[in-house]
Design a protein around this ligand. Structure first.
Ligand SMILES: [Zn+2]
Length: 164
């Protein structure tokens, strides 16, 4: 994430080189800002019938569907973030999760950490972040999944080799 102003005191940041890294420094309080992406988990949820769970979030797309994603929270592991986001956004309980691939998402300077999460199909949560949810057979996903300005489609492609 590239900062322009100090989050502590609001001064305009200046460039500084620390070791091999280009960083920013606040000329007032001397806080250092690294040029680091924010980690986000991206999760394809699969049930015991080999159906995948797609989410409709109107603030992301009016017509396309996505997979679960969310920012890490301070103090948790990546695996805990996967289970928490899946529970919050869909109500499903993760039995097991598996790392698949990561993606750099340039528009928002995020590092998307892609997992598959295996669940037993259960009732959907009523999350105010999600407008709709549905289980899809593998051959139903392609026309629905978001590929523009979103990593869901790319992540689905990478997960295919783990899906029967
Ligand atoms: Zn400052």
């Amino acid at each position: 994430m590239v900062f322009k102003y100090c989050a502590e005191c609001g001064h305009k940041l200046e460039d500084i080189r620390l070791g091999d890294d280009d960083c920013k420094i606040c000329p007032s309080c001397k806080r250092i800002y690294g040029n680091n992406p924010l980690p986000v988990v991206e999760v394809l949820v699969v049930n015991e019938l080999n159906e995948v769970l797609l989410l409709k979030q109107n603030y992301i797309s009016e017509d396309k569907w996505t997979v679960v994603s969310g920012y890490m929270v301070e103090g948790e592991t990546i695996e805990e973030a996967v289970a928490r986001e899946v529970k919050e956004e869909t109500g499903q309980i993760v039995n097991k999760c598996q790392y698949v691939s990561s993606y750099y998402f340039e528009p928002k300077q995020l590092i998307m950490i892609g997992f598959i999460a295996y669940v037993n199909k259960s009732d959907f949560a009523d999350s105010n972040e999600v407008d709709d949810l549905k289980w899809c057979k593998l051959d139903e996903v392609e026309p629905l999944i978001a590929r523009e300005n979103n990593c869901s489609g790319m992540h689905f492609d990478k997960c295919k080799k783990y899906l029967i």
